[in-house]
Design a protein around this ligand. Structure first.
Ligand code: SF4
Ligand code: MG
Length: 327
């Protein structure tokens, strides 16, 4: 099932590929041990492409993917196999990502067989307990149609965890679950990242779930990272007008804490006909003339809170706050 799924995803990417479209442009992202990084943006901003590039499903047309100090460009078959054991993905749709003909036991057995683990039954039980499908006996012989949405996503998480990975890439892992189930699955992901020492890249369009599990957040807009900072600074001190709009769009549960509700104006730009300069300019309330030029990705207060917006640097002054690092 895992390899079948991988094929499916690759084909989708190939189908969508077109010489005019660059879904992700000059994005660099580095993940350290034990870190949970969020990638947030609207659908079509390139976050899924970024994630699939990170797992090696999609070959970068420029730049490189470096894992444990080695570029994947130099990987042979065995290196890729080991990479796939250590870097695992959780897909968005728990309803399509599990083989309907497989019991839970067989879903979890498959990666263990591929990667040559002994003691399969013991690992399967332990991993089911770890994702709170407990007692395991209750789940081992069930097929996916006999599981709830939340249980299916826990099986997907177990399938990712069972090979003892260093990195988990999660693509909208709770967006198809109902709200009460979402909270429980988010708590589980948070617990795993805190207690198992697994690094994670968590991709979502939903800032509230991202801020729940992530240490750092990358905000993407039309294929570029426009802001990157610790989660608390993204939420408490958003700098990019796009991030500010995302924060304002989060519903406020307390009606007394009244907040001006600004909707994002306009449609996200067209990736085939990319705006020149700042890609957010057609929707930006702060747009200036200079915004026809591509803004640099700068760290204005030198505190690792980076932003790509002309509001944050003085164009006459080539000082040290300038940072030529591409977003
Ligand atoms: Fe708005 Fe200009 Fe900043 Fe883009 S660079 S977000 S258009 S102010
Ligand atoms: Mg997506």
């Amino acid at each position: 099932a895992a390899s079948g799924l991988r094929e499916k995803v690759t084909n989708q990417l190939l189908r969508r590929e077109s010489p005019k479209i660059r879904a992700v442009d000059d994005v660099s992202l580095s993940l350290s041990e034990n870190q949970v990084q969020g990638v947030i943006g609207e659908s079509g901003c390139g976050k899924s492409t970024l994630l699939r590039t990170l797992i090696g499903l999609y070959e970068p047309t420029g730049g490189e993917l470096v894992f444990d100090g080695r570029s994947t460009a130099s990987f042979d078959k065995d290196d890729w196999k080991e990479f796939r054991r250590r870097v695992r993905i959780i897909f968005q749709d728990p309803f399509n990502s599990l083989n309907p003909k497989f019991t839970v036991r067989n879903v979890l057995r498959e990666p263990l067989a591929i990667h040559g683990f002994d003691d399969k039954e013991e690992r399967i039980r332990r991993t089911l307990e770890r994702v709170e499908l407990d007692p395991p006996e209750q789940y081992l012989d069930r097929y996916q149609h006999q599981l709830s949405g939340g249980e299916k996503q826990r099986v997907s998480i177990a399938r990712a965890l069972i090979t003892e990975p260093d990195v988990i890439l999660a693509d909208e892992p709770v967006s198809m679950l109902d709200v009460s189930t979402q909270a429980a699955v988010l708590e589980l992901l948070d617990d795993l990242s805190t207690n198992l020492g697994v690094s994670m890249v968590y991709v979502s369009h939903d800032l509230s779930t991202v801020s729940y599990v992530c240490d750092r957040v990358n905000v993407m807009y039309l294929g570029r990272v426009v802001e990157r900072a610790d989660t608390k600074d993204i939420v408490g001190d958003p700098k990019h007008p796009y991030t500010q709009a995302l924060i304002k769009a989060i519903p406020v549960p307390d009606p007394l804490h009244d907040r001006e509700h600004t909707e994002l104006r306009g449609e996200p730009g067209d990736p085939v006909d990319m705006p020149v300069g700042c890609r957010f300019k057609d929707r930006c309330p702060e747009r200036m003339e200079i915004c026809d030029q591509k803004p640099r990705f700068v760290d204005p207060d030198a505190d690792e809170h980076r932003v790509a917006c002309h509001l944050y640097y003085d164009h006459d002054d080539h000082d040290s706050s300038m940072d030529p690092t591409p977003a």
